[in-house]
Design a protein around this ligand. Structure first.
Ligand SMILES: CCCCCCCCC/C=C/C(=O)SCCNC(=O)CCNC(=O)[C@H](O)C(C)(C)COP(=O)(O)OP(=O)(O)OC[C@H]1O[C@@H](n2cnc3c(N)ncnc32)[C@H](O)[C@@H]1OP(=O)(O)O
Ligand SMILES: NC(=O)C1=CN([C@@H]2O[C@H](COP(=O)(O)OP(=O)(O)OC[C@H]3O[C@@H](n4cnc5c(N)ncnc54)[C@H](OP(=O)(O)O)[C@@H]3O)[C@@H](O)[C@H]2O)C=CC1
Length: 287
């Protein structure tokens, strides 16, 4: 049962969540399913997908392997969903990722790998779902998980370039496909304590991550899932072409306010002494 939304909110919707075998994708798939949607999760590995399916009490999550980088697999996967359900209401492009290394250490193959997964994989899924289901049925929603801060993360230049491309892809398609009533948005995630996040990156970076967020904590996967459910519901019908940051304020400022070395003894932000203007000091009006 959802902690936020009413039962049956998404009854009858057919939703795809890529990368639904783990982390944000799994929690999102289960939230949509708890609201009555039929959810199909895909990824490269069968086992985690089946685990997600087994976690849905109503049995309305189905698992299917698909590597989103492979055109023939994407076509076969989307054809299969349309053959079984007759329509697709929501695509969540959640599958993605990168490795963290200094830019000078990224080989051409490494750069291509990350671009291919995040940009081309997202494009292949988006295009297949739109042309095979959403354009013919005249409607649907597509959400792509991307990344903040938008000025980029050192150590992840390939992924930052890729996610900026996806943000822009959603914006352009929101204009082009408005005539088919397809709404597309990006959800730019900050840092969420998924298993991959907590184990993949160097420990000092993970340990220090929450301190770089104004809200002083990592995101919880449900906080992505609830936004997806909101946008999938009628509450999301007028939102398209947006990049929505879910990052505890991190896109706007990397750290706490006030910073440790710029506060008074009680930890309050420093402020200049107030200067009282005397009326004879007020500057004359221009002109
Ligand atoms: C202040 C706070 C800040 C905080 C900063 C932290 C903020 C993080 C915010 C984001 C968090 C997340 O996204 S968390 C979720 C992340 N999830 C994921 O990344 C899951 C998906 N990722 C993957 O599958 C992999 O990482 C990825 C490499 C992208 C694709 O895997 P593949 O199996 O397709 O590819 P591989 O065969 O492993 O690698 C292909 C090539 O890529 C390169 N390559 C791969 N790993 C490499 C590595 N570690 N170092 C160098 N190069 C590497 C090599 O050239 C490889 O070729 P060879 O040399 O020939 O082998
Ligand atoms: N956690 C975080 O802090 C943040 C995460 N993000 C992004 O959110 C998304 C989910 O992240 P998170 O849950 O933490 O990470 P995970 O690593 O748990 O999720 C990535 C998922 O994508 C799947 N996947 C990877 N490559 C492919 C592929 N070629 N085809 C199909 N599926 C694939 C993986 O399954 P399999 O390996 O079986 O294919 C996995 O289930 C990712 O795009 C991530 O980069 C963005 C910002 C922050």
């Amino acid at each position: 049962m959802s902690q936020v939304f009413r039962e049956g909110l998404l009854d009858g919707q057919v939703c795809i969540v890529t990368g639904g075998g783990s982390g944000l994708g799994r929690v999102t798939a289960l939230e949509l399913a708890s609201l009555g949607a039929q959810v199909i999760v895909c990824g490269r590995r069968e086992e985690p997908l089946q685990e997600t399916a087994a976690l849905a009490p109503a049995g309305n999550v189905r698992a299917a392997t698909c590597d989103i980088r492979e055109e023939d697999q994407v076509d076969a996967f989307v054809d299969g969903v349309v053959a079984e359900h007759g329509r697709i209401d929501l695509l969540v492009n959640n599958a993605g990722g990168q490795f963290m290394v200094p830019a000078e250490s990224i080989t051409p193959k490494g750069f291509r790998t990350v671009i291919r997964l995040n940009v081309e994989g997202t494009w292949l899924m988006t295009h297949a779902v739109a042309t095979k289901a959403m354009i013919p049925q005249r409607g649907g929603k597509i959400l792509s998980v991307t990344l903040t801060p938008h000025n980029g993360l050192p150590g992840m230049v390939h992924s930052c370039a890729a996610r900026a491309a996806v943000d822009n892809m959603m914006k352009v398609l929101a204009v082009e496909w408005a005539r088919f009533d397809i709404k597309l948005n990006a959800i730019a995630a900050g840092m969420f304590g998924t298993d991959t996040f907590l184990t993949k990156y160097p420990k000092p970076i993970v340990d220090g991550a929450a301190a770089t967020v104004p809200l002083q904590r990592l995101g919880r996967p449900e906080e992505i899932a609830w936004l997806v459910a909101h946008l999938a519901s009628p509450a999301g019908d007028y939102t398209t072409g947006s990049v929505i940051d879910v990052d505890g304020g991190r896109n706007n400022y990397l750290g706490t306010w006030p910073p440790g070395h710029e506060s008074d003894d009680a930890g309050n932000p420093l402020a200049e002494a107030r200067r009282h203007l005397r009326t004879d000091e007020v500057p004359p009006r221009a002109g």
